[in-house]
Design a protein around this ligand. Sequence first.
Ligand code: ADP
Length: 491
Amino acid sequence: MGSYILSLDAGTTSSRALLFDHKTNVVATAQKEFKQYYPKAGWVEHDAHEIFDTQLLVAKQVIEKSGISPSEISAIGITNQRETIVCWDKTTGQALYKAIVWQDRRTAEFCNQLKAKGKAELIRKKTGLVIDAYFSASKIRWMINNVKGVKEKLKNNTVCFGTIDTWLLFKLTEGKSFKTDATNASRTMLYNIHSDGWDQDLLELFEIPVSALPEVLNSSDHYGEATLLDNIPICALIGDQQSALFGQLCTTKGEVKNTYGTGCFMLLNTGKNAVESAHNLLTTVALKLENTITYALEGSVFVGGALIQWLRDELNIIENASDIEALAKSVEDSLGVCIVPAFTGLGAPYWSQETRGSILGLTRGSSKAHIARAALESIALQVNDLLSAMQKDLGESLSELKVDGGASANNLMMQMQADFCALHIIRAKNKETTAAGAAFLAGLKTGVYKSIEDLKQTIVPDRTFNPLMSEEQRTKKTNRWLNAVKATQSF
Ligand code: ADP
């Protein structure tokens, strides 16, 4: 029985593989980017076979790099970009079309029609989601109606639809296993998060036969053997954000994490309660373990680290993203400059798709350093909006926020976060929290990790940031921000 876990992290731009040891250390990594296809304005596709090929390649590379024999690997865990959907032939394993990616907007019009028909409440009640092209259901419906041969194959029951976890599982087991986990299912808009199953009304609404959908299991479960990877058992499937939540060991109600990447993703564990949001947050499945569902509230900021990329690539005020910290630190405050980075609209709690970005409060004294500082503040203030909304929905105040992701390396921004939110910010030592979640779940299944409590003992944080700002200053800052958002929305 091996003591290593192989985590496959199937992201939006690259396939990654990480090998974890029994003490949760990452012993080797491998990564390969794959092509993004933009066939029309607003359309985003991936080649499903390229996703699988690169994933298999990096899995083999990481094993080779580590020098560890496959027999030493106890299990595989898979975490993946969510909502992206693949359609394939059950008998040949051939994709019938490119994967339609979560970012793809081709079904926006259909989603608007559903809203106009008054379906929003029904869908929110059953799935916890807002009607949007982002989720899988409308993409599946598009494939049925537009991809040649799919309707005929559906009649013969030879079509499979699946999210990326399901596609990789099917391919790795050479067609023996057609399954998904509840976190991935909860992002399709076809899955009832309360009754824990595919929902008949929604299947009818989107005209999708249940026979073409995978069986839904626990996030940590026996999914089959990867015959293409030395028969290593696959013991976990979980969507990427939920995996990061578990990787941060936010396993009890009230524990919350935020990932600072291109955008920001916050998930709050709400325990056995599927909390309905009054602030435009999504209600989603955090985890299904031993046939019990744990729920989460989820909110996202569309432009987080992407704002720093913009300052680097378009305004050229920094050379590397990490230079932003020193530049922002060179001034004491933003001198009244306020940025609302609504480049692609605003996410939760505003959900204003039409809003575009702004820089307010400029004076002759405003310098690039003030803009840099205002940029970091704007990321932290957007995250604070998510956290405030979550606390209101939960009806409790929280005392700490766990953080990870590339931009969480910025100490100044983490201090701002602690100040604006008035709570402790705990930064993970292991930057690979997404891959860790799937690895932990797989390792818990095979006994490499004894228990969640055991894992909590093993994991040590990197650094804690404590709030230092006065209440008066905090109120002034957040009120000014809310005014800036309002002004920007009305522009
Ligand atoms: P993703 O997974 O979305 O690609 P990462 O977790 O790799 O994102 O983080 C990269 C993002 O973080 C980029 O948008 C980059 O601009 C931003 N970033 C990287 N380093 C810093 C830093 N020191 N301060 C602020 N933002 C940063």
